[in-house]
Design a protein around this ligand. Structure first.
Ligand code: ATP
Ligand code: MG
Length: 512
């Protein structure tokens, strides 16, 4: 039996009243992929941040290669050979891949030996089948590529223990599989890999062992070969049962809720992406009140631009949009909010929340001028606080205090807050971009049921997702985007995974 390369022993960490980690012990062996699972706010990121020297535990020990290790700063961790790919990448966009990899690597010759840098990176990426282009500028890369650069950077630092915080949340299924293949190669070379994920199937297939955290404690730990969806679900959400079957049925029933006149119409709409290149090409679609309209496609094929056009955040270069018969092609985001268009953006940290502000202020960001929140130019603080408390209740948002900056909430809980703010009230149309990404299964289900409630109340819901299970289990119709074009629209009961998959890769189908 091999010795563990890393042991975290009886780790405790509190933030104010929140017990983020309570007596957590974790052993990691060289050669294994160890998955960390658990609901939003369970303490996964905190535990890894302690390992990285970002937080100090209140008590507990970390042993590394058989000896107690004193990790005070991230630098200490890196020097020991522990490295982390954070969920929000930390590359410098205006530098090249090579420069990013070598930055902070301690090599003084930084700008001098471009050829050598590139050669070293090529070797490393070939060994692990990580395709990166050393001379490319980081801002030009897709998220998948940026993640590979982060991994190459860690390998180049000589990392022995790699931690990845929700690495597949932003990847397409194919990219995620490639990433796990790479991680497997690293494990085979004797490295240890810790992966945080919410995707049960993914960890069952790719990890060796799984540890589930719940309420800051270890709830269960098992060999991946012994894991079942039932056991993992029980460990993650407890006895609250989720009936998949029931959900599927309810989604498909009640078609009569869908109106007969479209609420939103796009006619031959084109738009550009941030780099000025064509991102949407002549998109035409109609969305009905009460309908849940899915947009499927590999991420990066125009979904973001489409959702931003719908929300009035991106100019249309050609074509027109109508809401309830009115031309809204040139309407601003503010006008559309007034018209009842709610938008859940993809990048919640940049577009959705002001991380330094507490929850009540984040709630009113888009509606501080409304009557609800201001009278005669004075903010109605008690209303804001009461609304925040309501959201916390309804969406089960975990937090350390309403008065604290939302930056201190866990990733999934920030997302629930943003969602609550956007869909509260009576939106006529909700544009939700990857709304359940990064959420635990319980939270994901409550988000779906809120969207369903809104659609039953007559709202048109646009649901952008790359998870076909979600699209099929939840939507009435689905449109497929590929390379900025709408490849076709289908009723979900009249199509299947194969057909949608073919359309995702560029095969055209006829609209219904
Ligand atoms: N710096 C901080 N100050 C105050 N509270 C914090 C801080 N960091 C985390 N917390 C709280 O500790 C708890 C655990 O958070 P953590 O980020 O570890 O959860 P997580 O398991 O990573 O969740 P998610 O899946 O949503 O990312 C949460 O309730 C969070 O609000
Ligand atoms: Mg986290």
């Amino acid at each position: 039996m091999k010795e563990p390369v890393l042991q975290m022993k009886h780790i405790f960490k509190t933030f104010g009243l929140i017990k983020a980690n309570q007596d957590v012990s974790l052993s990691v062996y060289p050669g294994e992929i160890h998955a960390l699972l658990g609901e939003n706010g369970a303490g996964k990121s905190t535990l890894m941040n302690i390992l990285m020297g970002i937080y100090r535990p209140d008590s507990g020990e970390i042993w590394y290669k058989g000896k107690p290790a004193d990790i005070h700063t991230p630098k200490d961790a890196v020097e020991l050979g522990i490295g982390m790919v954070h969920q929000h990448f930390r590359l410098i966009p205006t530098l090249t891949v090579a420069e990013n990899v070598f930055l902070n690597s301690g090599k003084k010759t930084f700008f001098l030996h471009h050829d050598e840098m590139q050669k070293e990176i090529r070797e490393c990426s070939e060994q692990y089948n990580l395709q990166v282009t050393p001379e490319a500028l980081v801002w030009q890369l897709s998220v998948g590529e940026q993640q590979r650069v982060e991994i190459v950077k860690l390998l180049h630092q000589g990392t022995e223990i790699l931690i990845l915080d929700e690495p597949s949340a932003v990847l397409t299924p194919q990219e995620a599989q490639n990433m796990f293949d790479t991680l497997r190669k690293m494990a085979d070379n004797g490295k240890a890999v810790i992966v945080i994920s919410h995707k049960m199937n993914e960890v069952m297939h790719n990890a060796d062992r799984i540890t589930v955290l719940k309420g800051g404690m270890v709830e269960d730990t098992m060999l991946a070969s012994e894991a079942t969806i039932e056991r993992l679900t029980k460990a993650v959400v407890g006895d609250r049962t989720l009936s998949e079957q029931q959900k599927d049925d309810s989604a498909k029933e009640g078609r009569e809720r869908i109106g007969t006149e479209p609420l939103y119409i796009m006619k031959q709409v084109s738009a550009k992406n941030d780099r000025g290149l064509p991102a949407l090409k002549q998109i035409s679609l109609e969305i009905y009140p009460g309908e849940i309209f899915g947009i499927a496609g590999v991420a990066g094929n125009g979904q973001r631009e489409l959702s931003e056009v719908m929300a009035g955040l991106r100019p249309v270069t050609d074509g027109s949009c109508f809401l309830d018969g009115n031309d809204v092609t040139k309407a601003s985001a503010k006008q559309l909010i007034k018209e009842g268009v709610a938008f859940v953006p993809e990048d919640r940290r940049q577009m959705g929340l002001v991380l330094d502000l507490p929850m009540p202020l984040n709630i009113i960001l888009k509606s501080y001028h409304s009557e609800r929140y201001s009278r005669h130019g004075i903010l109605r603080t008690p209303v804001m606080w009461a609304d925040a408390a309501n959201y916390v209740d309804k969406y089960d948002i975990k937090h350390g205090g309403l008065e604290l900056p939302v930056a201190l909430m866990s990733g999934g809980n920030q997302q629930k807050l943003l969602f609550a703010r956007e869909v509260s009230g009576k939106p006529r149309m909700i544009v939700a971009t990857y709304p359940v990404r990064g959420l635990d299964i319980g939270a994901a289900e409550s988000i779906r049921s809120i969207l369903r409630e809104q659609s039953e109340a007559g709202a048109a819901v646009v649901f952008i997702s790359e998870e076909l299970e979600d699209i099929f289990g939840f939507c009435d119709r689905v449109g497929v985007l590929c390379d900025g074009e709408l490849m076709g629209i289908r009723r979900v009961e009249e199509t299947d995974f194969q057909e949608i998959g073919r359309m995702m890769s560029g095969e055209r189908g006829d609209a219904v």
